[in-house]
Ligand binder design. Structure first.
Ligand code: ADP
Length: 366
């Protein structure tokens, strides 16, 4: 490395109360979040929730109105992008069409005035990392979408960043390529375990697959943050429950030692819910069983959908829809038939009654 190369930024990323506003509109509201060194953090949320803005604040493309961005213990809030020592990959590859692959990958190194022999070594290394060495002399138009995205990743890695920012890197690819690239990214991370990755996506599968932790965003705010397992098993808000995985969200009222839902007394670990309080019961559809059992709910069959490996059954329980994903159901019940569903107490979580859940129009994961 020459003296002008931005140093490695190992040490993670810290958002310290970062707010961003456009024309007086707050689109990122006091974000506090730490990405540990070597951690993959997904920023997950619907379109317009502020994910890209948060990422661009780390890259240096937007200036926060308040708060600080730290890389390791360096406050980079006032630094221009090229002084931050980060790599970034965006959705549309953004390769230079008139440059060969090797020159695209060398671009950031030339801009940083790295010595020529060092550039040659690093370009070869980066292309090797993404399996694109054989394509060094090609132009972007001679590559598939997936290959172009690999080159974009190689270009970001060539500067040996301590922080890699990925903004919906797979969304321009078709489903099959996406799953291949997802595995590639997981492999890359294993090969570069010291690099912190901030990964913006609206796709929960990408977040659940890749991330060590997921930060859930909605309407400019961080709603929840935890490991994929934590968010899935014990979401803290209605929004997280409906955005990470699929959920039944049922209105319940607490009694003393039990809760009631639509005239059914349920046995649940109710924790600190005060008697008489209303809450939301969250239970995952695949944890709802057919037939009698604990927490039995009786109603009628409103809809049955065959989904290949499961049947999705919607039951009408006293005016509330409850969905169950049932495996190995030979003979699905008929519409209008009386039906009993049940779930184990330990599979239910009580959430605050208020707060939005994701509406189907917003890209539900039904
Ligand atoms: P996400 O990545 O979650 O889809 P963004 O961070 O891109 O969301 O955008 C958050 C909000 O900020 C949106 O309402 C968007 O319209 C607005 N926004 C983003 N960039 C600009 C900009 N350059 N000027 C004005 N508004 C913007």
């Amino acid at each position: 490395m020459t003296g002008t190369v931005a140093g490695p930024t190992a040490g993670g990323i810290r958002f310290d109360g970062v707010s961003v506003a456009y024309d007086g509109n707050t689109v990122l509201d006091r974000l506090h979040l730490t990405v540990e060194p070597g951690e993959v953090m997904a920023l997950l949320g619907p379109s317009g929730s502020g994910k890209t803005t948060a990422l661009r604040a780390v890259a240096g493309f937007v200036r926060p109105v308040s708060g600080r961005v730290l890389l390791g213990d360096r406050d980079v809030t006032a630094l221009p992008p090229h002084r931050r020592g980060i790599g970034m990959v965006v959705q549309q590859y953004a390769l230079f069409p008139h440059m060969r692959v090797r020159d695209n990958v060398a671009f950031g190194l030339k801009a940083r005035k790295v010595d020529k022999p060092e550039i040659t070594t690093r370009v070869a290394e980066a292309l090797d990392l993404v399996g694109m060495s054989a394509y060094a002399a090609r132009y972007p138009r001679e590559l598939s979408g997936g290959q172009q995205q690999r080159v974009a990743i190689a270009r970001a890695l060539a500067v040996r960043p301590g922080v890699l920012l990925l903004d919906e890197p797979l969304s321009a690819l078709d489903a099959q390529l996406r799953s291949g690239m997802l595995a590639e990214l997981a492999r890359l991370h294993r090969e570069l375990p010291e690099v912190s990755i901030l990964y913006v996506t609206h796709d929960q599968v990408e977040a659940l697959t890749l991330a060590d932790r997921i930060a859930v965003m909605d309407r400019a705010r961080l709603q929840d943050c935890g490991t994929p397992q934590e968010l899935y098993r014990t979401p803290r808000t209605r929004f997280t429950a409906s955005f990470v995985g699929n959920a039944n969200l049922l209105p319940v009222t607490a009694g003393s030692g039990s809760v009631s839902f639509a005239g059914h007394e349920l046995e649940l670990p109710i924790g600190e819910v005060a008697a008489g309080a209303t809450a939301t019961l969250c239970v995952r559809p695949h944890l709802v069983g057919l037939g009698d059992g604990p927490n039995a709910l009786t109603g009628t069959v409103a809809e049955v959908q065959w989904r290949g490996s499961t049947h999705r059954l919607y039951a009408d329980i006293d005016g509330h829809r409850v969905k169950a994903d049932l495996r190995e159901l030979r003979e699905p019940p008929a519409l209008g038939e009386k039906v009993t569903l049940h779930f184990a107490p330990e599979d239910a979580v009580l959430l605050p009654a208020v707060g939005p859940a994701l509406q189907p129009a917003g890209g539900s994961h039904d």
